[in-house]
Design a protein around this ligand. Structure first.
Ligand SMILES: [Zn+2]
Ligand SMILES: [Zn+2]
Ligand SMILES: [Zn+2]
Ligand SMILES: [Zn+2]
Ligand SMILES: [Zn+2]
Ligand SMILES: [Zn+2]
Length: 464
């Protein structure tokens, strides 16, 4: 295998990627996003040492080698990436809100950057003779861990002039805590296996040292039994046998003394303790978390400043913000009832309102929100906008233009409820302007005046 190939395989192995071979092509899958972003290509990678075959060339001077070097150099360091977004404000708005009785007459698009951090951790579990590695990537945005999926987004190298230091520290703590939780299951499952194994080992050690202690002391009961038997035998034995029996007895008695030899016993117990400690140490789990890479990613969050123009010259400035990564436009709420708006209506006074809160003036037909259309004609009941409602100065009530009349005596505008009809001239006038005519009927002052003038004329003519 060539040196370069070895290096490449080792590199991706360390990143816990799946590596397989397809003829002369090396297939690398499950590449951490932090490397993909840096390299600018999504995995799987089909790698080849031959620049003439299909696949990514990995020879000297290749872009992959350059990216790998860069990644290794940047290990633990912070890299800055920018997600390039552009959006069509009107399209995004129309996806969420339909404009009912108004249109956008002016739109200004601005943006500010929103930052989030990605931490790539490599965790190594070391136990017995094994070492197992896991790579985890944790995304943190606004102090919260978020689902990171940058698939399909164009990522470019960011502008390092943009400061980003402070929130990374905070985000890092969040990511560390999150990682701990992620590793809990794995840690406890390994610990359990190790615990079982060490239990078996300790039992084995215990048995071994019990045997040693047993050998040291010999079979006490058995020895006593034997001594008893020898003493009996000695009594019965003839002179010739006695010497042999005496020697045997002597040896057994010495053995009994040896049981009480504390020094030897202590030595064995100490050795056992040491062996158990050693076994426990061998079965301990060592976890090492290494921060392989920190990436600060930023992207623009858009601000749309729009001017909505309704019919009848009503208008309104509205500010909306759009997060292209979350694909979320901020909520617009009805200024009448507060619900989130899907269909936006503009009230004649410039309020934003929902379908339910939109009313029509019974007089001019203009559209207004519930807050603006509070008046109604006290005579016919139709809803009236501010411009269409007239107030009667007699009773103080609002009426529509149809139910407002001119007092034929005073010339004042009064509602029909405050006026009565004169049976003589059929004009309308306030009750206080009525009086009794000569024939006893109630007529307006105008008619009374006419009657009076008629009489004076009569008299004038008669006087002549
Ligand atoms: Zn509403
Ligand atoms: Zn009106
Ligand atoms: Zn309104
Ligand atoms: Zn009316
Ligand atoms: Zn009135
Ligand atoms: Zn009259």
């Amino acid at each position: 295998m060539e040196q370069v190939e070895k290096f490449v395989i080792e590199f991706f192995k360390n990143l816990k990627c799946a590596i397989s071979r397809d003829g002369n092509i090396l297939v690398v899958e499950n590449v951490p996003k932090s490397f993909e972003d840096l390299f600018g290509k999504e995995s799987p990678y089909h790698l080849s040492l031959d620049s003439n075959t299909k696949g990514i060339f990995i020879g000297k001077g290749s872009s992959l080698l350059a990216a790998m070097t860069k990644f290794l150099e940047g290990v633990g360091k912070t890299t800055l990436l920018k997600i390039d977004f552009d959006c069509d404000a009107e399209v995004e708005i129309s996806k969420v809100i339909s404009l009912k009785n108004c249109e956008i007459s002016n739109l200004e698009k601005k943006h500010k950057n929103s930052f989030f951090s990605r931490f790539t951790f490599m965790t190594t579990f070391r136990y017995l003779n094994e070492s197992e590695q896991v790579v985890n990537e944790v995304y943190v945005h606004n102090g919260e861990v978020v689902d990171g999926d940058l698939t399909g987004y164009t990522v470019v190298e960011g502008d390092s002039n943009l400061s980003s230091g402070k929130h990374v520290e905070v985000d890092y703590k969040v990511a560390r805590n999150f990682l701990k939780n992620v590793l809990v299951d794995k840690t406890s499952s390994i610990s359990e296996t190790l615990g079982n194994k060490v239990d078996i080992e300790i039992e084995r050690i215990g048995k071994h040292y019990d045997n040693l202690l047993g050998e040291l002391g010999g079979d006490l009961a058995g020895t006593l039994e034997k001594i008893k038997k020898l003493e009996l035998d000695l009594r019965m034995a003839d002179e010739l046998e006695r010497d042999i029996l005496r020697t045997k007895l002597e040896r057994l008695r010495k053995g009994l003394v040896k049981v009480g030899d504390d020094e030897a016993r202590d030595r064995i117990l100490k050795e056992q303790e040491f062996t158990i400690k050693d076994a426990m140490h061998k079965h301990s789990l060592n976890i090492d978390n290494k921060l392989v890479n920190t990436t600060v990613i930023y992207y623009p969050v858009f601000n749309f400043n729009l001017f909505l123009k309704g019919n009848r010259n009503s208008g309104r400035y509205v500010e909306m913000s759009y997060d292209p990564l979350m694909k979320s436009l901020n909520e617009v709420n009805c200024e009448g009832c507060g619900v989130k708006i899907n269909s936006l209506n503009l009230c004649g006074s410039g309020h934003i309102c929902c379908e339910n809160c939109l009313r029509k003036c019974g007089e001019c037909g203009g559209q207004f929100c519930v807050k603006c259309l509070t008046r109604s004609c006290s005579v016919c009941g139709k809803a009236l906008c501010k411009d269409c409602s007239k107030m009667c100065l007699e009773c103080g009530k609002n009426v529509c233009v149809d139910h407002m009349r001119t007092d034929c005596v005073s010339g004042d505008e009064r509602c029909v409820s405050c006026l009565r009809a004169c049976m003589r001239c059929h004009g309308l006038s306030s009750a206080k302007y009525f009086g009794e005519a000569l024939d006893g009927s109630k007529v307006c002052q105008k008619c009374l005046g006419a009657e009076k003038r008629g009489k004076v004329m009569d008299r004038v003519f008669r006087d002549d």
